[in-house]
Design a protein around this ligand. Structure first.
Ligand code: AMP
Ligand code: MG
Length: 412
């Protein structure tokens, strides 16, 4: 098998994925889920023409000459129903959200009027037909689809769901994800420090990347570089919808992951992608499990989750939008690059009048996890690039947390 380009590998992965099945959740538990059904309005909203202001419901034809003095025939509050028809020369005092009475066709706000007597008001400003009236159904019309299947449930969407009285709704199931780390050198988090070992960070970093997508993964622990032990762990992993294995996917003599998963019936689609970091990435599947063989290098495995695993999980969960938002940023320094592989440079972003400025988070060695920990985004150096110069514009994929920014004057 040859090296695939990043977008070719993404295509192979996404083509082999179908959306997860459907389950019903309560509104209170639905944040972050993806609708698996269209949602329709169950009434007109507003249910009739209502006032957008506190003021007076008037007949616009009475405004031919202003100021005009009108008789106030009733007081209509939100929640009240009008009982009278407004005739020429008359008006009704009305509150925001209250129904506009028959006969009236416009609302004039209280600020443009002046009390004359208890039951009379002077209108100082002419208003046209429909002024400050929110027409029936302006917000939504009975039976209209207001949210389509595939919509991610955000706080605003929850508000709309509550408006149409959807106390529960169908959403896509979340895939069950298992994470396995491999390597004789790995030291578990609860083991004493041994200077000859490498702390197992991947299980936790990958766990958190999966959690950030709203999925609670299962950590299978650490498998030693032993074909039999690995086989036992991988068998357990194949009981899940998605199995992430870190380490052992390369071509070293102790890299048993690929042969063992193939032995267990996983059909391998590819095992190399022309990218940096993240080169030895394997992908395959059985009838019911997707298997990602991620590089052991901590940065590489996280970048591979960003580029391949996260879009796959989002597709399974019914999301229409699979990839991270990108911004264009100006480079603060040169970036060396040899054509061939797509490179993902971990950068910090700052903003000035000219837009985003990207600077490297420091050494870009794939073993230096702090380069990822401090990153706001991944700057994409295209495979065919021969290097980028300071000041050039580049594409940066935003990472978690970049929805927030520092505002001068509010620094904490
Ligand atoms: P491998 O892909 O198995 O050749 O591993 C590449 C590098 O990543 C080696 O230096 C490993 O020690 C390191 N590594 C592998 N797995 C982990 C892990 N779970 N946590 C931290 N580092 C790891
Ligand atoms: Mg290894």
């Amino acid at each position: 098998m040859e090296h695939l380009h990043v977008n070719e590998a993404q295509r192979v992965i996404l083509e082999s994925i179908t959306q997860s099945g459907v389950e019903t959740v309560k509104l209170e538990q639905s944040l972050g889920r993806v609708l698996a059904e269209d949602i329709r309005a169950n009434r007109d909203l507003p249910p009739y023409d209502v006032s957008a202001m506190d003021g007076f419901a008037v007949r616009s034809t009475d405004m031919a000459q202003t100021p005009a003095v009108l008789e106030i025939i009733e007081d209509i509050k939100a929640g009240d129903l009008p009982t009278k028809t407004v005739l020429p020369g008359q008006c009704a005092r009305i509150m925001t959200g209250a129904p506009v009475p028959a006969g009236a066709d416009a609302v004039i706000r209280v600020e443009d009027t002046q009390a004359v007597a208890a039951s009379r008001v002077q209108i100082n400003k002419a208003v046209r037909f429909g002024n400050d009236v929110r027409p029936q159904g302006e917000n939504m019309k009975d039976g209209d689809v207001v949210l389509t299947a595939g919509t991610e449930i955000t706080p605003g969407v929850i508000g709309v769901l509550a408006t149409v009285k959807a106390a529960q709704m169908n959403v896509h199931r979340r895939p069950r994800v298992a994470i396995l780390s491999t390597g004789n050198e790995l030291e578990a988090i609860d083991e004493p420090v041994d200077l000859n070992k490498i702390p197992n960070s991947n299980s936790y970093a990958l766990m958190a990347q999966v959690q950030a997508l709203g999925i609670e993964p299962v950590l299978l622990g650490i498998a030693r570089d032993d074909p039999l032990e690995l086989e036992q762990f991988l068998k357990r992993g194949l009981e899940y919808d998605v199995l992430l294995v870190s380490g052992g996917t390369s071509v070293g003599v102790h890299d048993y992951v690929r042969p063992t998963i193939e032995k267990l019936g996983v059909q391998m689609k590819f095992w190399r992608v022309a990218m940096k970091p993240g080169h030895p990435l394997a992908f395959g599947h059985t009838d019911h499990t997707l298997v990602f063989g991620l590089p052991g290098n901590p940065v590489s495995s996280m970048v591979c989750v960003e580029e391949f695993v996260a879009p796959a999980l989002r597709k399974m969960m019914g999301n229409r939008v699979l990839f991270r938002r990108t911004v264009s940023a100006r480079l603060a320094h040169n970036i060396k690059h040899h054509a061939g592989r797509t490179e993902f440079v971990r950068v910090q972003l700052t903003r000035d009048e000219a837009g985003y400025l990207a600077s490297s988070t420091g050494t870009q060695s794939s073993g230096v996890l702090l380069s990822m920990a401090l990153a706001d985004g991944l700057l994409v150096v295209p495979a065919d690039s021969t290097g980028l110069a300071a000041g050039a514009q580049a594409t940066v994929q935003l990472l978690d947390g970049t929805a927030f920014q520092d505002v001068p004057g509010f620094r904490v």
